[in-house]
Design a protein. Structure first.
Length: 67
């Protein structure tokens, strides 16, 4: 039996994700309603954001950085 506990991404609530990104929770709610530029996971009625996805979103949206 393989232990996958260490490979699961840490999930954040909308409030925690908003703090991480430096935006308001309302901004994330509007983003979800308008097509979700920030990937999210729905767990039942709850919305969660993977730390890995949040970091990738920030990295993909960097500006003014030479490649």
């Amino acid at each position: 039996m393989t232990d996958t506990h260490n490979t699961l991404p840490k999930l954040r609530t909308t409030v925690q994700a908003a703090q991480y990104l430096g935006v308001s929770p309302k901004w994330l709610e509007r983003d979800r309603m308008n097509g979700a530029t920030v990937p999210f996971i729905r767990v039942g009625r709850h919305v969660r954001y993977s730390e890995t996805d949040l970091a990738a979103f920030l990295s993909a949206n960097r500006e003014g950085v030479a490649a």
